[in-house]
Each structure stands twice: as C-alpha cells, then as structure tokens.
Design a protein around this ligand. Structure first.
Ligand SMILES: [Zn+2]
Ligand SMILES: [Zn+2]
Length: 402
C-alpha cells in the first residue's frame, strides 16, 4: 500500500494507486523469438525489464499459454491448428500468413504465442475481479494478428483476446492503439461489436504497413462509428501526434463511456525508430500514457490493461517508452535521470547494434533533438486537421449507450 506523498510526484487529478500496477513478464516472454536478425527481438526484454526494475517494478505475473478454447474466442480453430503444425515442424510450406518474411515459423511458436495471449488474458481477469486496477504487459500488443492468419510479427492477437474476455462480462471496452502501425487485427476482430471502441493513431497506410487505417473505416452494422482511425503523414512529430491523441480520446471516452480500457503502447512512432517515419518523443508517449490512465479513472473505475507493441530501437527508445507507461500506471513522474549503472550495462550492446548513445533522461528534448523542418511542421498541422475531422464525423455516428 502506497500513500500519497508529494515527493513521489503524483500526477494531479488522478487518485493515488492503492496497489502497484501488475507487471506481466516471465520466462516464456523471451520465447517469442523469430530468430536472429528479426526486428521484433527478445533482446528488448533485457534492457526493457531491467529499466523497469530500476524504477521499482517487479514482475508479478508470468505468462502461460491461453487454452485452445480461449484462443477460439478470436481465432479460427483451423488457424490455431496450422500454428501448432508449424510449432512442431517449422519447415513446412508457407500458409496462414506464416513463412519466410515478417512472421516466420519457429519451433514452439504455438506455446510462445499462446503465452503472450495468456499473459494479457490473465491480467485482464485480475482487473475484472477487482484484484488490481492497472496491469502492463510489455510483451503483449500483437495487434496485427487476424482471425485466421498471422501478420506483421503477430501470431495470436492478445489485445483482441483481452477485450473479448471483458466483453464476456458485458463491459464496454475502449481500445487505444498508439503503435506507429494501424491496429488492424484488433479492429477486424471487433469490427461489428458496438461495445468495443477502437481508436488507432498511426502513420498513414499509404506510406506504411499494413496499408489500412483510413478515416472511412468506421465499423460494421450497429457498430458504425466505433472504429476510429487517425492516419498521420510521415514526418509527424510530437506536436501533431500528441495533439491528435489529446483531441480525440477525452471526447470519445465521454460519449462512449468505457468500463475498461485496453491500450497498446508500441514505441515505433519514435523519431529514432528504424521501421517507420514519425518523429514522436518518449516525452509525448509518457503524456499519452498518463492521459489513458486519467481516462481509466474518470470512466472505467480505474480498469486499465496496457501492453507494449512494436519498437525497434531496443536500447535508446523501447525501455524508456515502457518506463513511461509503467510510471503513468504508478502515478509517478519520471526520475530526473536514467540510472548510470543501467546505461553502462547496455552501452556496449547499444553500440554494437547501432543504437548509441543511450539517452541520459527518460524524457527527450523537443523533437528528440532533431531539426524541425518545414515538411514536419506541415505534417503536424495536418495531424490536427485530420483528428478534428475524424472526431466530428465519429461523434455524429457513435451510438450512445443506453
Ligand atoms: Zn491510474
Ligand atoms: Zn508497430
């Protein structure tokens, strides 16, 4: 039990957490491994979890595989069987989105992938039982997995499964996807459910995988208006990205009245990320996480499951993004500096992988220290225009809860 203490830097307007958030991490987390050279590397857990531990986080739930029955809430059982076949023999011909390229087969891939799903699912169950308010699953957030195929490094869709679990209890779910890529799998799986509001803020599909996530993707049937997409131009930085987040989330939450929030905090919108073209900072990512926390308290009795996601600058960015999500869930502000011992521990690895030097602070300087060019400024302005237009359209359509 932690009491309110001015020195702890409690964020205003948010009640003190009466328990530490649950950190979901365990031995199986690093078994989700597509092999050396794959961008979604389990190497991220070394620096990522150790930085979390340096700010007081302790892993409290080790992921174990979700059952086949649970996976069938969001996946075609024939697809699960296909994953199991690759899991036993990784050399089969490509099918179901699995094969050479983004999502290659590996021995044990069913168990490893089902464990990611199980981690998010058990965390959601603890939230639903009221044992905890907030949980963070950095290895989760595999938002591209589709009902019957793997996609974009994602085999089983753990955020979609956690949402499905909350829906079985009849709760209205707000899903916030801050990854630089469109949260297409979660959107597809809950496309026709008016009780799931998905909001994805990402680099436009005209420039980046998976090529979807446009404002006219609004949900099917009764769910029209509950699928929200804010595509951003390449070059959009924290000024446009965070403004868009702050513009749409409070207004949508007020109308939708979520009873639980699931959020995906991919670190790949960062200016240093090698796979995408936005210029967001860890400072802005932290502010976005604190907004999601505040909305969870305002609308959902504090029920909030956060996950990681993409993020391919493993030393300079991912650990600091995860730390910000954890700090938001702990109602603490970032310490003034990153522990020197932690930086020393990872400096050599960071240099070897061309992700050096490791910053000295959790926050970034404005623009992550990069020049603010005229096209970036235009992209930021356009982000705000897009967010305003999307909000206006969605507020007209969004079904009001009875
Ligand atoms: Zn909170
Ligand atoms: Zn991503």
């Amino acid at each position: 039990m932690r009491t309110q203490d001015a020195s702890a830097g409690i964020v205003p307007d948010v009640p003190p957490a009466d328990r530490e958030p649950l950190l979901v991490y365990g031995p199986r987390s690093t078994s989700y491994d597509f092999g050396p050279g794959h961008p979604l590397t389990p190497r991220r857990f070394g620096p990522g979890i150790s930085l979390l531990e340096s700010i007081g986080a302790v892993p409290g739930l080790a992921p174990e595989p979700a059952t086949d029955d649970e996976l069938a809430w969001v996946h075609d059982p024939a697809y699960v069987e296909a994953v199991k076949a690759f899991s036993r023999n990784s050399s089969g011909p490509p099918r179901s989105g699995i094969g050479p390229g983004d999502t290659p087969a590996f021995e044990g891939m069913h168990e490893a992938s089902a464990a990611v799903a199980g981690g998010s699912l058990r965390a959601m169950e603890q939230i639903l039982r009221g044992e905890i308010e907030h949980a963070f699953h950095p290895g989760g957030g595999l938002h591209h997995a589709m009902p019957a195929r793997a996609s974009g490094f994602c085999v089983y869709d753990d955020p979609a499964l956690a949402i499905a679990r909350a829906r079985r209890d009849g709760l209205r779910v707000l899903y916030v996807d801050l990854d630089v890529h469109h949260g297409d799998g979660v959107q597809a799986i809950h496309w026709s459910d008016p009780g799931v509001l998905t909001v994805s803020i990402h680099e436009t599909g005209t420039a980046l995988f998976p090529g979807t996530g446009f404002p006219d993707e609004l949900g099917g049937g009764d769910a029209l208006g509950t699928k929200v997409n804010i595509p951003l131009d390449p070059g959009t930085g924290e000024r446009g990205w965070l403004a868009a987040v702050e513009l749409v989330l409070p207004g949508l939450a007020e109308v939708f009245k979520p009873e639980v929030i699931v959020s995906q905090h991919g670190a790949d919108a960062h200016a240093f990320d090698p796979l995408a073209h936005l210029r967001v900072t860890t400072t802005a990512m932290g502010a976005a996480a604190r907004l999601v926390d505040a909305l969870a308290h305002q609308w959902a009795d504090g029920r909030w499951l956060s996950t990681g996601g993409g993020g391919y600058d493993v030393y300079r960015v991912v650990p600091r993004d995860w730390a910000h999500v954890w700090l938001a869930a702990s109602h603490r502000t970032a310490p003034s500096a990153i522990p020197e011992a932690w930086r020393e521990r990872w400096a050599e690895d960071a240099e070897r992988f061309g992700q050096s030097p490791i910053p000295t602070t959790f926050d970034d300087p404005p623009g992550a220290g990069l020049p603010y060019r005229a096209p970036d400024k235009a992209a930021d302005a356009r982000a705000i225009e897009t967010a305003e237009a999307v909000l206006e359209r969605v507020l007209e359509l969004l079904p009001r809860p009875r």
